[in-house]
Design a protein around this ligand. Structure first.
Ligand SMILES: Cc1cc2nc3c(=O)[nH]c(=O)nc-3n(C[C@H](O)[C@H](O)[C@H](O)COP(=O)(O)O)c2cc1C
Length: 174
């Protein structure tokens, strides 16, 4: 039973990807099995609301989402939302998210976009009955040296998020 970690940024120098990797490492250290889904390595078609649902790659990714025993979504903040690649993933795989426990790790340019994940989270909650972990990780460039995470508080918060994900996902399942 794997914990699914999804990295949504398409930027090769992504900071949210660094946090996703850190979360995956914390889960492995806690002896959890991790399924790593990186949208940089998994090109998906743009959702057309029609033929795309029979695409084999979309079906494979939807299967991984459905099987996740808890999901962490790491994403960039773009235009007060998560990036289009992350939103596209949800458009492609909607029902696969049904009843999942979901946590977020967000990289942003400034502090004031803190609430920008809510549109994505609302869809997960209200369309797919997901349980959203309310304490998420939000970091700006000040917590990094280039792509390297240098902020111990963010590092600790990532570990805390992974622990919460495991605890809540297992509790919901039982
Ligand atoms: C198209 C675009 C839109 C952005 N919009 C926002 C925004 O609304 N709020 C914000 O705080 N940062 C914004 N940023 C800054 C990114 O969130 C920041 O660079 C972040 O590190 C990107 O995540 P990544 O490094 O994982 O790719 C934007 C950046 C881009 C390229």
């Amino acid at each position: 039973m794997a914990r699914l970690v999804i990295s949504c940024s398409l930027d090769p120098e992504s900071r949210s990807r660094t946090m996703a990797r850190r979360a995956a490492a914390a889960l492995v250290q806690a002896e959890e099995t991790v399924d790593w889904l990186d949208l940089q390595e998994t090109p998906l078609p743009l959702c057309d609301g029609s033929s795309v649902y029979s695409d084999a790659h979309v079906a494979a990714v939807a299967d991984r989402i459905q099987r996740g025993q808890g999901i962490l979504v790491a994403a960039p903040v773009y235009n007060f939302d998560i990036n289009a690649a992350g939103k596209n993933l949800l458009e492609l795989t909607g029902d696969a998210w049904e009843n999942q426990v979901v946590g977020f790790l967000l990289a942003a340019g400034g502090q004031s976009s803190y609430m920008s994940v809510m549109s994505f989270a609302n869809s997960l909650m209200l369309d797919y009955r997901c349980l959203i972990l309310p304490k998420f990780v939000y970091a700006t460039g000040q917590s990094f040296d280039e792509q390297e995470l240098t902020d111990p508080l963010v590092d600790a918060r990532i570990t805390e998020l992974t622990q919460t994900l495991v605890r809540v996902a297992d509790a919901v399942r039982s």
